[in-house]
Design a protein around this ligand. Sequence first.
Ligand SMILES: Cc1cc2nc3c(=O)[nH]c(=O)nc-3n(C[C@H](O)[C@H](O)[C@H](O)COP(=O)(O)OP(=O)(O)OC[C@H]3O[C@@H](n4cnc5c(N)ncnc54)[C@H](O)[C@@H]3O)c2cc1C
Length: 357
Amino acid sequence: MKVAIIGSGVSGLACAFRLNQLGIKPTIFEKRSIIGEAINLYGMHLNCFNLFTNNPLKFFEKEYNLKIAPMRPIKKITMYSGNKKITVKGGNLGCIFKRGPGFDSLERQLFDKVDAFFCFDVCVMPSIIDEIRKEFDAVVVATGGSDIPKHFDLMKSELIIQVRSGLIEGRFEPCQVFSWMKTGYSNDLYVCLIPVNENRAVITLLADDITPDELDYKWKKMIITENITNKILQTWDHEYRGGRLKMNQLGNLYFIGNAGGLTDDFMGFGIINGIISGIFAADAIVKRTDYQKSIQTILDRIDKIHNFKLLAEKSGKDIWKYMTGIVGFPGIRGIIYRKSLVKFYHIGGLIENLIKE
Ligand SMILES: Cc1cc2nc3c(=O)[nH]c(=O)nc-3n(C[C@H](O)[C@H](O)[C@H](O)COP(=O)(O)OP(=O)(O)OC[C@H]3O[C@@H](n4cnc5c(N)ncnc54)[C@H](O)[C@@H]3O)c2cc1C
């Protein structure tokens, strides 16, 4: 069986890993000349935001013998919204991943486990997909963007987020992450700070409904509002384009990760969903399982999060005020962050009802 994967990000590599286990050596087309982003970035995974399983890393290891080592655990989360501040402490709140070309990055760890025909420096344009579809039995779209879904008229909704990350100097607790939710400068999104080590951290601003030109102003506003006096060593800009698809499979075309609309539009988390969708697509291709059905729970939960966000926007109410209010309630905070039963999409349902009332 001949399988092509377009894109060697986390989802494409996870798909290749699973295909190997099922006896297939795929061909991977990658527009860059290396694996992962050209720069070292850091991503986090919060257990309370799991959309699929309580402990995904354990799940990947147990079910698929896929061992992924995070850079370090998250033991403290501090969240600001307006004048509210909440800090949650615990042993297993989530973890931090290194991203990019470094030898211990998430992409690199996956790449080291994969046996594939890699075609670097090949940018697959949407117009040649049909040609590739004829050549291969299955084609997996893992480009992290919406160009190919758009070409096939598969977009149900599109989401464009401007992102700026800055490497800053200071004193940081390596296992503590910070977030500033729904601020005047991030519109409906947020800012997060992830420590690299005790002396450096990456601060990232995610803002929707703005153009790249407006990012400078929003960034400056963030620095002033939060009184960030740390030295900024470097910044990187990124435009995220994603959104929900009408369907994730079109004949022998499979859409996974960001390209499959599997990143939530609330926190912009997509690492874990990218990995699991890659695995499920490989199963669907080889074992003939129903790909759409296997990712449906995740999609439903992403929809749930999206719906209450929309509802809050329409009603003009500050969703984060509700969120921090509920999360900040003693007892509830611990249940959400530390225990596995209540997740943010459950809280989403609760807020949805509060707003409707
Ligand atoms: C700044 C930033 C911070 C983030 N932080 C977090 C976080 O903390 N936690 C979290 O869970 N998620 C986070 N995300 C989201 C997360 O990075 C994505 O959900 C995840 O990378 C999706 O993986 P993917 O494989 O679908 O796409 P990507 O990782 O984007 O990989 C796509 C790959 O396809 C290649 N490619 C693209 N187009 C083509 C083409 N036409 N032909 C060939 N190759 C192509 C690209 O070069 C790339 O290698 C963040 C995203 C950004 C931008």
